[in-house]
Design a binder for this molecule. Structure first.
Ligand SMILES: Cc1cc2nc3c(=O)[nH]c(=O)nc-3n(C[C@H](O)[C@H](O)[C@H](O)COP(=O)(O)OP(=O)(O)OC[C@H]3O[C@@H](n4cnc5c(N)ncnc54)[C@H](O)[C@@H]3O)c2cc1C
Length: 305
């Protein structure tokens, strides 16, 4: 099947790489090889690739900034391998003003979105500008921080159903946002682009709010280290880091994958960890927190095996 997919991609003049080590794309710098890696240059190309992969019955996963996704793969003759296609949106980052809205393609980073909004005289919600990753990943998981989430600023999104190639615009209500979830997470739809609605704001105010939240992050999170942010969701409003810390797990390691000593909710890669190391550590943390408190931690990160 992969031979046919490769031939089709060549015909379409889409660049791709076989047996690609995806670790370098991930914010934790850990992962595995993927059978095929492709980064479409236009939304039309993205739509064609996704519908073709679906038609072929291929395994695939779409990735944005990979700041919340860990590729683990399965042990194979070529080492740990995700036997599927990883489609990256990193080249899809157009931004423009559309009436009172800001239009952004799915691969736009939140920091670029806010920088552009500021140039257009919009702002507020600056805590969201510091969340790494792309518009697609942020909408799917309703990323949020310090009392705000992406749901507060999204007016709607254009989505593709790879099953039939149909595109439709979903309003904020139709996106059904909730804590770290949305209608997209419960479907197989792909976010192509989105419209954002931000209040008119003074640039100086926006920049000082941004600095405030940046300093807050630096003082509480291992910002200079490779990680995927919080590995687990909050438990009835309490950060998972509280339980992990109280269970004495700060510094616990598998290879170079280590529970951060600064913020127990983060796992950091001290250099050379694989996706499998990180997953083993995630499971150890889950088991120990359950043994100690009877609490089942729910993963916030996406694990691709
Ligand atoms: C240092 C650090 C701090 C962080 N702080 C926060 C925080 O404060 N708050 C927070 O909520 N998160 C935080 N995160 C986690 C992460 O940044 C967010 O979840 C972010 O929104 C993920 O975006 P991404 O583009 O990297 O998604 P990816 O990791 O690439 O993908 C995440 C999921 O979205 C899917 N996806 C990606 N693009 C699309 C698309 N176009 N259409 C459909 N599905 C898609 C993927 O298949 C995957 O299932 C942090 C991460 C790091 C490393």
């Amino acid at each position: 099947m992969y031979r046919r997919i490769s031939e089709w991609l060549k015909q379409k003049e889409c660049k791709f790489t076989e047996f690609y080590d995806i670790s370098g794309q991930s914010s934790i710098r850990a992962g595995c090889s993927v059978r095929l890696f492709v980064a479409p240059k236009t939304l039309v190309e993205l739509s064609e690739i996704m519908t073709y992969l679906e038609y072929m019955g291929a395994r695939y996963v779409i990735v944005g900034g990979m700041t919340n996704t860990l590729f683990v793969g399965t042990d194979s003759s070529v080492g740990y391998l995700y036997d599927g296609v990883a489609v990256s949106t990193k080249s899809l980052s157009s931004l423009r003003r559309e009436g009172g809205y800001i239009y952004a393609e799915c691969g736009t980073s939140l920091s670029s979105l806010f920088r552009f909004a500021r140039q257009c005289g919009y702002g507020g919600y600056e805590q969201l500008s510091l969340i790494p990753g792309t518009v697609g990943g942020a909408i799917r998981g309703n990323a949020g921080a310090h009392g705000a989430s992406v749901a507060d600023i999204v007016a709607g999104a254009l989505v593709l159903s790879p099953k039939d190639g149909a595109k439709r615009f979903l309003s904020r209500d139709e996106l059904e946002f909730d804590y770290r979830t949305s209608a997209i997470k419960k479907s197989t739809d792909i976010i192509l682009s989105a419209l954002f609605e931000l209040p008119r704001t003074n640039t100086t105010f926006s920049l000082s709010a941004r600095k405030y939240f940046l300093d807050l992050r630096k003082s509480t999170q291992p910002t200079g280290e490779f990680s995927l942010g919080s590995v687990f969701k909050r438990v009835s409003g309490v950060g998972a880091g509280y339980f992990i810390d109280k269970a004495g797990l700060k510094g616990l390691s598998v290879g170079a994958a280590t529970v951060s000593t600064k913020h127990a909710g983060f796992i950091v890669n001290r250099g050379g960890a694989t996706g499998a190391d990180v997953l083993q550590l995630v499971r150890m943390v889950e088991d120990r927190v359950y043994e100690r408190f009877g609490v089942n931690l729910e993963r916030e990160i996406e694990i691709i095996e």
